[in-house]
Design a binder for this molecule. Structure first.
Ligand code: ASP
Ligand code: MG
Length: 439
């Protein structure tokens, strides 16, 4: 069994959907996981926000505009009159459902039902296209098997049991289409795996079915050594370990959802990143196979806030860090970077909600300084502590750039530095030249 997940741009136009049919149409048994067509989830978010602010007229207009786009997709995608008829009816159904929210109370549950429509639409449209092209396939409703627990984590035993039940209904079939991103929560309500979560759906499905490979198809040929949106000369990496890929995804490589590596890593299932525009390109293979010592890639994550707590009480004291961390735990704030000196601790968070309350509580320990608009630049690779360090190759090129924090040795795979966001591009370019010898 193979899992193939295609992102929003891979199903973004009718032409791309036709190309997709050619990519998936072979004899191997597979589950195809689809995102919403590109832009749709953003549009649905906008519609929800408009409904929250009770501007139901505007919401109605936005829904009509989106429906118009989907009607065009139907006319462009299908050749046969009967498919066009079914396609238009199908779209009517989804948009009537969306319009019903302009007449009703609007809460977070309604919002989640709205956000689910993107993937429900893309999979239904694609499934109908397969039917028109006489390719047998089964549409598996993710809402019948994908579920998260109260803490937001996937409920693996439930998913395994119910996905297998769904598949058993179609013994002998080889091509399954399903929705990424959407799921039910512990109360059975419609929910989702957070923005970009279709990758996560694919690796969860791959893990519970013990697939032989999980493929994530986007429109770039794998993970690159640097951010191709910022740095001109970058190249795709042939191989990464699960740990390296997880660090890169978490610290800014937009190609993968940060949490999606874990289910594959837990069951040791290789993940391959491929490009729908160049289906024959080798892409990036992520697996447990050890890679060579050295620097593989750099990535950057924006929106970082640094908090420094300076306290005489920290001198020779124990229990101080625990007390500081408890404040962050209380506000459900994950900490990304941390460095300490004898009298101070600096750490970073990537979401500054509750910042005022947090700093107020921290002031009971000492002087608190807060700095926003920062970026973490992560250098990812294999850096064993018993080998010569890479300090010169990394910091040599950055001699002109002010650095706010450095984290080295936290893991064998990551060295992180904190810079002002306005210097991020310069930092990434300097590293590309200094480390990879690319301008
Ligand atoms: N459609 C969802 C989003 O745009 C999920 C995904 O594409 O992965 O976030
Ligand atoms: Mg994505």
């Amino acid at each position: 069994m193979k899992i193939m997940k295609f992102g929003g741009t891979s199903v973004g136009t009718s032409q791309r959907m036709h190309d997709l049919v050619d990519i998936i149409n072979d004899d191997e048994t597979k589950i195809v996981v689809l995102s919403a067509m590109s832009g749709t989830t953003n549009d649905l978010v906008e519609i929800s926000q408009t409904l929250y602010s009770k501007d139901n007229d505007l919401a109605g207009k936005l829904i009509n505009d989106l429906e118009e786009k989907y009607r065009d997709v139907v006319y462009e995608t299908y050749n046969e009159k009967s498919s066009i008829y079914i396609g238009i009816e199908l779209i009517k159904l989804h948009f009537e459902f969306l319009r019903s929210f302009t007449r009703d109370l609007f809460t977070i549950n309604e919002e989640k039902a709205i956000l689910a429509q993107g993937e429900l639409l893309s999979t239904a449209i694609f499934h109908l296209l397969l039917q028109e092209r006489k390719i047998e396939s089964v549409l598996l409703p993710a809402l019948n098997y994908m579920r998260i627990k109260e803490n937001g984590e996937p409920d693996m035993p439930f998913i395994s049991e119910n996905l297998n039940k769904e598949l058993c209904k179609f013994a002998g079939k080889g091509l399954f289409i399903t929705q990424g991103y959407i799921c039910r929560n512990a109360f059975g309500e419609i929910d989702n795996l957070q923005r970009g979560g279709s990758d996560y759906s694919a690796t969860i499905i791959g893990a519970v079915l013990q697939a032989n490979e999980i493929q994530i198809w986007t429109d770039i040929d794998g993970m690159h050594n640097n951010d191709p949106r910022i740095v001109q000369n970058t190249y795709p990496l042939a191989e990464l370990t699960f740990d390296e890929a997880a660090e890169l995804a978490y610290f800014g490589a937009k190609i993968l959802h940060p949490t999606c590596i874990l289910p594959a890593q837990n069951r040791n299932i290789p993940v391959r990143l491929l490009n729908t525009l160049h289906p024959d390109a080798p892409g990036t293979l992520i697996s447990a196979k050890k890679t060579t010592v050295g620097i593989k890639a750099v990535a950057a994550k924006d929106g970082i806030t640094a908090i420094k707590i300076k306290s005489g009480r920290m001198l020779m004291a124990y229990g101080f860090l625990r007390a500081v961390f408890e404040v962050f735990e209380h506000y459900h704030k994950p900490i990304d970077m941390i460095t300490t000196s004898e009298v101070a601790v600096s750490l970073t968070i990537d979401n500054d909600s509750d910042l005022d309350s947090i700093t107020e509580e921290l002031r009971t320990f000492g002087v608190v300084e807060v700095k926003s608009n920062l970026s973490i630049v992560s250098i990812v690779g294999v850096f064993p502590a018993n080998k010569p360090s890479y300090v010169n190759s990394i910091f040599g090129p950055l001699s002109e750039i002010p650095i706010h924090m450095i984290s080295y040795g936290g893991s064998e795979n990551n060295i992180s530095i904190l810079v002002e966001t306005k210097l991020k591009n310069e930092t990434l370019k300097a590293l590309n030249k200094g480390i990879f010898n690319l301008e």
